[in-house]
Design a protein around this ligand. Structure first.
Ligand SMILES: Nc1ncnc2c1ncn2[C@@H]1O[C@H](COP(=O)(O)OP(=O)(O)OP(=O)(O)O)[C@@H](O)[C@H]1O
Length: 225
């Protein structure tokens, strides 16, 4: 993103942010409540429009970008889906949609990826439950599993540890370590780093819609700690 600006209700919520995420980066976007962290990651993906500046995903404007299977976005909350209750497995399976087509419906590979994702977040036993009836922390894990199931190259996670217990946070850190180890790119919105700290290669701090600090952490520290 270059000079990205977002206005909401006439207010500048993102005030000209430039941020380039490289392949293999594990970036933490930090800052106080209302700093614009969620807005930044959504705007980078074209999920909310820019009032100024531009954003590109793998060199394409979001409206022209077609390769969405490369991107796994984890929103802050489970979106309410048209009043139809979905099971945990159904929500997680929806992470495979960008890999399917009318001519290639659900395959064994899809089912295996969904199984692995459910295992990774510890929800295999709740796969048949209605996702909306789970606790906030469990719903967060459903959303993480949905992104994992899609096997994307880039994970964009909006506060994936909010409301998640310490054990699940460590489990997520272990999963992210594995993904980072295989060269995946991660952009993580967080209030604090917690168990993710050793994985992070860069931090970007926002305040009032501006980047106020950027820190590059040693690669070695990111990989060995
Ligand atoms: N849909 C919206 N309409 C109007 N204003 C909004 C909307 N979404 C966010 N804002 C405002 O934009 C500002 C930045 O919000 P954003 O959610 O990006 O912050 P954040 O840093 O992610 O905060 P948090 O840690 O609380 O999630 C806030 O002042 C918020 O009130």
């Amino acid at each position: 993103m270059t000079g990205g600006q977002v206005r909401r209700d006439g207010r500048e919520v993102l005030a000209g942010v430039t941020l380039r995420v490289e392949a293999g980066d594990v970036v933490a976007v930090l800052g106080p409540n209302g700093a614009g962290k969620s807005t930044l990651v959504k705007a980078m993906l074209g999920l909310i429009p820019l009032a100024g500046g531009r954003t590109e995903i793998y060199g394409a404007q979001p409206s022209a970008f077609r390769d969405w299977k490369r991107i796994g976005y984890v929103p802050q909350r489970l979106p309410m889906g048209g009043g139809v209750p979905s099971t945990v497995r159904e929500v997680v399976s929806s992470g495979r949609v960008a890999r399917q087509s009318r001519w290639r419906p659900t395959s064994a590979a899809d089912r295996a990826a969904v199984d692995r994702a459910l295992e990774a977040v510890g929800l295999a036993d709740l796969a048949r439950e209605s996702a909306h009836l789970l606790s906030g922390g469990q719903q967060q894990r459903v959303l993480i599993a949905r992104a994992l199931a899609g096997e994307p190259d880039v994970f964009v996670m909006d506060e994936p540890t909010a409301g998640v217990d310490a054990g699940s946070q460590s489990a997520l850190a272990a999963t992210l370590r594995e993904l980072a180890g295989t060269g995946r790119t991660v952009v993580l919105v967080a209030h604090g780093l917690g168990p993710m700290a050793p994985l992070i290669t860069r931090t970007v701090e926002l305040e009032h819609g501006r980047v106020v600090r950027e820190t590059a952490l040693g690669e070695a520290m990111g990989k060995t700690a």
